[in-house]
Design a binder for this molecule. Structure first.
Ligand code: DGY
Length: 421
């Protein structure tokens, strides 16, 4: 191991420690000052490389915000912070869960990282796994009850998929008239160059959808009927399918009955198959209001292997991404009209997505492609730092800096010292 990679490991550990707020980690100070759901699960994977008790604490704190319905919110507002908008006063969900929170969820990577952390030291992890297992089952059941359209998992707000301004949502977003949203002040663009963030048109609709959810009391049955945004999403579907397989393996560890979980896996496999768009030759989202496939190859399309699904057509798309970009995998296909290498989920490369994509590739026997994604991500972070995301053509860092999940995937996967590689 070289001296450089040791110092990169040290920097990554310092980022996790620096973003630690005591039992939970913020994605980055300023821009995201609370606990975010999937960021936190990635943080646990990173902490597990050098501090297992801290990794378990992260996951335990995340599930301490679980709603009675089983939903695990996308943001837990542990302590007020006026530097973020929209805060708890806008969501109006303070009294529903045990901790003030948002009213929507996020991609359920947690069960997969609980498994990864448990595997590091099953003895130390036994009690934690026992405590977390029923909570994870409840969360997955919530998805299958409220967000499953024949196994294709849909979102009711773009923030729920984590890929806020992905072109996959454009058609559904264009159908929303955000009249009456009122005045509000964005905070994100005071922390980050507005050219790297969603547009005002997007934001008006994000806030309008939050106001609608609030009016419906965040009641699942009412949301299912009255939320005008319903898009079946490959991020959610592939990640839940994978997490569900991991949950079943954890059931075996505990000697628990896994039949309900296996039933969900069958349903999710059928749902994932529906996301295949023959015209596109790959996986994309479906706007459930129109029935239209959205027609976009995104980084989420490449999560098929992570979900245990083989796809020669996506393998061809991966070769295209390698050819098009110095640092794949872009969040939206390069060379298309919509592609924007700096604007959040409309082009930039995200190290977290690369980590999941490469894990899937390696597990399905595509070891050369997995190594290529990893080596390029390693070079990207080494040369350009622990940014939130990166320009796939130049590697320029974009969004927030000293970013928890980029540091976490460095330690767990991209670093030369990473065991999970
Ligand atoms: C934001 O504030 O940009 C977040 O992505 C919402 O979760």
């Amino acid at each position: 191991m070289s001296k450089d990679s040791i110092s990169m490991d040290e920097q990554a550990r310092a980022i996790l420690r620096g973003n630690d707020r005591g039992g939970y980690t913020v994605p980055t100070a300023g821009l995201y000052p609370y606990q975010w759901n999937w960021d936190s699960a990635f943080a646990a994977w990173g902490f597990a490389q050098f501090d297992l008790p801290r990794a378990w604490a992260e996951l335990t704190t995340l599930f301490s915000g679980q709603w009675p319905s089983g939903m695990v919110p996308h943001i837990l507002f542990h302590k007020p912070d006026p530097g973020y908008f929209p805060g708890p006063d806008v969501w109006g969900a303070e009294d529903i869960g045990p901790i003030p929170s948002s009213g929507i969820s996020q991609p359920p990577v947690a069960a997969s990282f609980v498994r990864a952390v448990f595997d590091k030291d099953p003895k130390q992890g036994a009690e934690h796994l026992k405590a977390l297992f029923p909570k994870m089952v409840d969360w997955h059941r919530w998805f299958m009850t409220w967000r499953s359209d024949g196994g294709a998992i849909f979102i009711t707000h773009p923030w729920e998929a984590g890929r806020d301004n992905a072109p996959d949502w454009d058609e559904a977003m264009a159908a929303i008239d955000p009249t009456g949203v009122g005045d509000y002040t964005r905070r994100d663009t005071t922390h980050v160059d507005p050219a790297m963030r969603p547009t005002k048109e997007d934001y008006d609709r994000y806030i309008w959808l939050v106001q609608r959810g609030r009016r419906l009391g965040w009641d699942d049955a009412k949301l299912a009927q009255d939320m005008p945004f319903r898009v079946a999403d490959p991020t959610m579907t592939f990640i839940l399918l994978r997490a569900n397989r991991d949950l079943a393996a954890l059931a075996d560890v505990l000697g628990a009955d896994r039949s309900e979980i296996d039933g969900w896996t069958d349903t999710l496999e059928a749902g994932a198959a529906r996301l295949h768009n023959a015209d596109l030759g790959g996986y994309d989202a479906i706007n459930l209001n129109s029935g239209n496939h959205t027609g976009h190859v995104s980084c989420a399309s490449f999560l098929c292997w992570y979900a245990g699904i083989e796809s020669p057509t996506m393998m061809r798309e991966l070769s295209v991404a390698f050819e098009d970009c110095k640092y794949p995998v872009p969040s939206h296909k390069a060379g298309t009209e919509i592609f924007n290498p700096k604007r959040y989920w409309r082009g930039p490369t995200w190290a977290i997505l690369n980590a999941l994509i490469a894990r899937g590739l390696a597990e399905m026997g595509h070891t050369a492609e997995a190594a290529r994604v990893r080596d390029l991500t390693q070079a990207l972070i080494t040369r350009h730092g622990f940014a939130e995301y990166f320009d796939p053509m130049t590697g320029d860092p974009a969004g927030g800096g000293t970013f928890t999940w980029t540091a976490a995937v460095w330690l767990a996967w991209a670093s030369p010292s990473a065991e999970a590689a």
